[in-house]
Design a protein around this ligand. Structure first.
Ligand code: SAM
Length: 245
C-alpha cells in the first residue's frame, strides 16, 4: 500500500500531463482553423481551375478535421499548420495543404467511392481522402515511409485505409477500377496502367512534367465511353515519381 502523499503526487502529475495534452490539442485546432481560413482566401474566386467559386464544403470540413501534426516528424510539429510542404525524411515531403485541398477538390469524391493514391508519403493526403470516401487505397515506394504512414493513419483513427509498399506507376490491379486516382509525385507522362484502372466517369489528378522544371497539375477524365480528356490546372512543384518504369 503506497503512502497517501505519494498517491496524491502521482495523481497530480497524471492530471498535469493530460491538461498539457488537452492544451496542445486545442492549440493545434486553433492553428488548423487559421490555416483553413488562409486556404479559403487563396482559393476564393478560383472558377478558372476548380470549376466552382470556392472549395467544396466537404473538403473544408476534412481540412478542419484531419490532424496534420500527426503526419509530420516530431521536429516539424511546431510547423504542422504552416501552409507549406515539410520534410518527412528520405528526401520526401508532405505536400502543401493548399495543394492537397485543390487536388482533393478536383477529384469530386463520393462517399461510397473507391480512390487510389500513388505516393503515400506521410499518410496525410490519404487521411483527407478517407474523410470523403469509404474505400481508400494508397501505395508508397519507400518501405520505411509506407510503414510510418500506416502507423500515422492508425494512430489518427484512419485504420480502414488500405496501405501497400510498391511502385504505384502500375496502380493496384486487384482493387481496380477506381472512381478517382491521385498521384502525389511528378511523372513525365500519365501512366497507362492508371488510365486503365480508372472507371468510366472517373477522374485522375496528377502532376506532369520534369523534376525541378515546369510541372503542371493535370486533371484527367474518362467519359462513359472510355474517352480520355486532359486539362492543365496550375503550375506545381512535386518530387519525382520514381521506380523502374
Ligand atoms: N501524399 C503525401 C502526403 O500526404 O504526405 C506526400 C507525397 S510526397 C510529395 C510523394 C511521395 O511519392 C513520396 O513519399 C515518394 O516516395 C512517393 N513515390 C515516388 N514515386 C513513387 C512510386 N512510383 N510509387 C509510389 N510512391 C512513389
Amino acid at each position: 500500500m503506497k503512502h497517501p502523499i505519494f498517491r496524491l503526487v502521482v495523481s497530480g502529475i497524471v492530471l498535469l500531463f493530460f491538461s498539457a495534452c488537452a492544451i496542445a490539442e486545442n492549440d493545434f485546432a486553433r492553428q488548423r482553423h487559421a490555416l483553413v481560413t488562409a486556404i479559403k482566401t487563396e482559393t476564393a474566386g478560383t472558377r478558372g481551375y476548380l470549376d466552382s467559386e470556392s472549395l467544396d464544403q466537404r473538403v473544408i470540413e476534412a481540412l478542419l478535421k484531419v490532424p496534420r501534426h500527426e503526419f509530420v516528424p516530431d521536429a516539424e510539429r511546431p510547423f504542422a499548420y504552416a501552409n507549406r510542404p515539410l520534410p518527412i525524411g528520405y528526401g520526401q515531403t508532405i505536400s502543401q495543404p493548399l495543394i492537397v485541398a485543390i487536388m482533393t477538390d478536383l477529384l469530386k469524391l463520393n462517399k461510397s467511392g473507391r480512390v487510389l493514391e500513388v505516393g503515400t508519403g506521410s499518410g496525410y493526403q490519404a487521411a483527407m481522402l478517407a474523410e470523403l470516401a469509404d474505400n481508400v487505397y494508397t501505395i508508397e515506394i519507400i518501405e520505411p515511409l509506407a510503414k510510418w504512414a500506416s502507423a500515422n493513419l492508425k494512430r489518427a483513427g484512419y485504420d480502414t485505409v488500405h496501405t501497400r509498399t510498391g511502385d504505384g506507376y502500375y496502380g493496384w490491379e486487384e482493387a481496380a477500377p477506381f472512381d478517382a486516382i491521385v498521384v502525389t509525385a511528378v511523372a513525365s507522362h500519365i501512366p497507362p496502367p492508371l488510365i486503365k484502372q480508372l472507371k468510366p466517369g472517373g477522374r485522375m489528378v496528377i502532376p506532369v512534367g520534369a523534376p525541378f522544371m515546369t510541372q503542371y497539375l493535370v486533371l484527367v477524365t474518362k467519359d462513359a465511353d472510355g474517352k480520355i480528356g486532359t486539362r492543365q490546372i496550375l503550375p506545381v512543384n512535386f518530387v519525382p515519381l520514381t521506380g523502374r518504369h
